[in-house]
Design a protein around this ligand. Sequence first.
Ligand code: ADP
Ligand code: MG
Length: 464
Amino acid sequence: GADWGRAEAIVKEVEDASATPIPRLKEVADSLAHEMEAGLDSDDHDHLLKMVITYVHTLPTGDEKGLFYALDLGGANFRVLRVQLGGKEERVIDQEFAEVTIPTNLMVGTEKELFDYIASELAKFVKKEGKKFSPESGHQRELGFTFSFPVHQTAIASGTLIKWSKGFAVSEMVGKDVVVALKKAMERQGLDMRISALVNDTVGTLAGGRYRDEDVMAAVILGTGTNACYVEHADAIPKLKGPLPKSGHMVINTEWGNFWSPHLPMTEFDKALDAESINPGDHIFEKLISGMYLGDIVRRLLLRMAVEAALFGDNIPSTLREPYVLITPNISAMHQDVSSDLEVVENTLKNVFGISNIPLRTRKLVVELCNIVAVRAARLAGAGIVGILKKLGRDVIGASGKNRTVVAIDGGLYEHYPLFRHNMQIAVKELLGSEVSETVIIEHSKDGSGIGATLLAASNSQYS
Ligand code: ADP
Ligand code: MG
């Protein structure tokens, strides 16, 4: 049977190595704020945080009117969306969307094949535009393009692809302007539409959040990956050249997935995961926090317990050695298993690893491991949010009194994992203290990025 003494010693060891007490989280938040500052200074050095200038300096006000489209490409599925905006009074009058899966062969084919496919699906969607939607007569239709891959943005509606991720590998596209690629493909489809804004998902979420609540100052994505953007003072961005935007503001995409600090509580499991990943040394913050990785961290813990404490008997199930078989939805399901005999844990271990007849004591231990990994992730995400608040000077009550600050969050990890949300919220509260935390509101902005892209198309319309 299992060596319980050894098993418990390993749990204790992992627990200690993963601990996120408040002083440590404060160091993480401080060092994030510090790295943000460094990244704003220049692009010359190899800063941890890219702090990308998005060229979005006017955010939605609610006055936006008319018909606008959005195209959201960030993974194997893309979404097309249209909204009829009615200004302050009528708000979003109508909206429709369609979701399309990109055939895997197109994800690794040519630019023309990929973009022709996307443009043809968009054209089909536009053809189905019903009477509820009305473009202004004589006006060209306009589109906001949400593109969630690393881009070197050069203007609100242009940016060159730095590299693909998430299974895409259309290598001839790297270094090229993605707006031009889409525009040419739309022309080949005979689709007359202007691409008015190129944004990533965090910026779309920020815009969508701001439309509903004028105190939204930052947006965070917690999904397969993680990232955050926020509204910075234009004069606090030394690397921003040329005349400052009239609004006095600029949205900065932090690309915080790549954050690293010696204060991050990394264990041997995290180090091994990183070393065996496709981007070793990169995106450490993301590897501790986001949905792509939490399952695999727990798998590595289980494997060590199986090897060293015979947790699943004398034969080590070979399935435990398969990278990424245990996924984050499995973790949240087991972690939140409320059945008295932990049935969900039993079924998950059976379905994923083919392990059966697991005693209750072992199931409880598995829940404990999920808890350690998820709580650490949630608290680090909370520290990240506080780091941004710090950079904004909103982690204290200002001289002008209580400023309300809203952070809009979206992504599958946040949406579908209540215990993650709860632990993140607790960490933010502990870090800020009760008085300040009353002024900070974290809200779920579901699918805000699609609407956000239409709103940014409106703010950047050729007719406004
Ligand atoms: P993406 O980040 O790829 O744009 P989503 O925002 O929809 O997409 O997030 C998907 C991710 O959310 C998945 O990769 C998974 O890690 C995480 N996720 C999905 N469902 C759950 C769940 N039930 N519990 C925890 N995490 C989940
Ligand atoms: Mg997404």
